[in-house]
Design a protein around this ligand. Structure first.
Ligand code: NAP
Length: 293
């Protein structure tokens, strides 16, 4: 049976690693905080003592960590996965990283004989646990073909955007637009609340009207109810995606005012509650304007 080294067992990685166990792969897991591996080890995964140990003998290495820094650490840091991986091993980066980081990692890992694919994902932790993520791939076609058996357990759709880095470009614009929609939804709802509208009716009308994107549908009732249970995507992670998107956008466009507004909104969200669900944006914007006398 094929073997996987899986690195990063946060909200998303837990479920994704579990899918490889379900599919009968030999799975070695590593996470910076060891306790998050307990359930997976109980289900038959091997605990690896380092990213290098997870990579040792693996046919493919999958990483699902927070950001560029974490990705760099687990691939190229001390006892990083690249140290122990055998030549031609697939290096599948599912974390959302910056475009420049994806290009740099592809080059660094290719120099060490590995085959890098950028493969960020869309879908919530529940979709990760059910193998229903959408995989946004940047890779040579032949490398993607080789990787398919390792992508099938975690994704129900693969979108191949072209060369290495292109999956990441799509992921970053997608998450930038998601950030803008969530910040804009919070402001719209807050105006309606302060004006005294029936908020049940407002949430229902938004979620079924012309602006009803999946983000609006998912968050409108939660924001109105101030129900932040089942937190899935933190303000810190979203802000990171926005910053990576803006850094790319500013290299390509003369001005990106909407993107700058998203940074400002998420700077406030991170200052307010960094590790909470991003829907808490409503609590920040719903402060009433001070009365002028
Ligand atoms: P999370 O629950 O916060 O987990 C982050 C993971 O990164 C943890 O395993 C954490 O280790 C690890 N990590 C952070 N810094 C590290 C470092 N310096 N060295 C090694 N490991 C480090 O995040 P998540 O929600 O699973 O998201 C993971 C990735 O998927 C992110 O890139 C995110 O943007 C992306 N994503 C998330 C969602 C979502 O809905 N949550 C959807 C699509 C994509 P510890 O456990 O030790 O902290």
């Amino acid at each position: 049976m094929a073997s996987i080294g899986f690195i990063g067992l946060g909200r998303m990685g837990q479920g994704m690693a579990g899918r490889y166990l379900d599919a009968g792969f030999d799975v070695a897991v590593w996470n910076r905080s060891k306790a998050k591996a307990d359930v997976l080890v109980g289900r038959g995964a091997r605990w690896a003592n380092s990213p290098a140990d997870a990579a040792f003998g693996a046919d493919a290495i999958v990483t699902m960590v927070a950001d560029d820094e974490a990705s760099h650490d687990v691939w190229l840091g001390n006892d990083g996965a690249a140290e122990a991986a055998q030549a031609k091993t697939l290096a599948i980066e599912c974390s959302t990283v910056s475009y420049q980081h994806a290009l740099d990692m592809a080059r660094e890992l290719r120099e060490r004989g590995l085959v890098y694919l950028d493969c960020p994902v869309t879908g919530l932790p529940q979709a990760a646990a059910e193998g229903k993520l959408t995989l946004l791939v940047g890779a040579d076609s032949a490398d993607l073909k080789r990787a398919e058996p390792f992508l099938t357990p975690i994704g129900s759709a693969v979108r191949h955007f072209g060369a290495i880095g292109n999956g990441t470009i799509f992921k970053l614009i997608n998450n930038l637009m998601g950030a803008q929609q969530i910040a804009s939804l919070a402001e719209g709802l807050a105006v309606a609340e302060q004006a005294g509208l029936n908020m049940t009716m407002v949430a229902e009308a938004l979620a079924t009207g012309a602006v009803a994107s999946p983000q609006v549908i998912r968050h409108s009732k939660r924001m109105v109810a101030r129900d932040f249970s089942g937190a899935s995507f933190t303000s810190t992670l979203r802000r990171k995606d926005v910053l990576y998107a803006v850094s790319l956008a500013e290299k390509l466009l003369a001005d990106v005012p909407m993107a700058r507004a998203a940074i400002e909104a998420y700077d406030k969200a991170v200052a307010y509650a960094p590790d909470d669900d991003e829907a808490k944006m409503i609590e920040i914007v719903s402060r009433r304007k001070a009365d002028k006398s």
